[in-house]
Design a protein. Sequence first.
Lengths: 213, 213
Amino acid sequence: MTARPNKTRERILTVSLAMFNEQGEPNVTTNHIADELEISPGNLYYHFRNKDDIVEHLFERYEAQMDQAMLAPEDRAPELEDIWLQLHLVFECIWEYRFLYRDLVDLLLRSRKLKMRFARILKRAHESIVEVCQGLVETGVLKASRVEIEALAYNIAMATTFWLNFEQIRPQLTTRTEPELGRGIYQVMMLLAPFLRDGERQHLNHLAEDYLR
Amino acid sequence: MTARPNKTRERILTVSLAMFNEQGEPNVTTNHIADELEISPGNLYYHFRNKDDIVEHLFERYEAQMDQAMLAPEDRAPELEDIWLQLHLVFECIWEYRFLYRDLVDLLLRSRKLKMRFARILKRAHESIVEVCQGLVETGVLKASRVEIEALAYNIAMATTFWLNFEQIRPQLTTRTEPELGRGIYQVMMLLAPFLRDGERQHLNHLAEDYLR
DNA sequence: GTCTATATAGGGATAGAC
DNA sequence: GTCTATCCCTATATAGAC
């Protein structure tokens, strides 16, 4: 190996990710990518078998980062602040690989492999949410039945998955501003709020002020 | 005009809708549609300028049906049962035109017109939800602050919009069954539940049993 | 209204020279 | 590793005969 192995390969991944995120994966062709990189299409195909191959490699990085973000916070019992932090990590990861979420259904229906791997992530997310909630119940911070927690976890996972899409199609009050991740985190926290003990509920309403305009 | 004007035109719309819903709009070409109808592509282009033209006409029908579904229930104060019924109408409409939701972001980014019209629907939905909630607050059935209601309405609209997509990508426990609309309605009702008076909350938990397996 | 034929364009992908 | 050249295929769309 030389000093800079796979320099072009790396550039392809970086630029592809940027273009997918900006224009949507279906709207970006291998030719567009090659153009942007000022390399030939042939060269691109030397490094990757096809477009799906690029997507898969990007997915792998996404997957690793998401796994990292979902790691339970140390060994102590979880607190509200931990959830806040963890949501931040998760939302940042989603933002970085937002093209995956924009056309999620088509993407996963196209590839059995990706579908299974994404399902794994969702499953883990759901379990993680339930676990954290159970923890909060035991410390008395949260009050909810098992059934309520299950429904809550479902809704949190759904909101996390599709919030960015929803933000994109909402009536735009202002002129074309990028969605702030904080807003998404706020919405998720508001799913949790009604089950919180009064003290923590107040605390959350306080934090809310920072996130609504 | 003869006895059956626009017979083919109508068939095109019907079959297009079915194919879009089944395979996803981006994966269905004008040729596929013509094939399925056993007419020539040229004939199809006699009736519609292009594929987007077909999509727009389908959207129009969707829009009309959705407007109908969102009509406030008469003039009396809304009750929980009304919400349940209204959700049914809305979810059925979404189900009928589910292809719109599957690739919503791309679809709306492709057409300014559709984006504005969908935004109008979302806006109306949000206002309608807020209004109903306020009504429930006044009759004492629901207990929530203005801020909580706003966040709730946002989350209900989001869940309604993307529930079907989420259901499609979730880890499938059973072998390929069609998602039941009741499940989606249940999830939305569970967003409302924590704000309900105890009596109604119990009532809801009762209904839940019907919808979870 | 419907068909056949065709034009055009673009994307995916490969072979072979350098 | 990279480029040029090229092939195949499919999708959109139109013209003109019937």
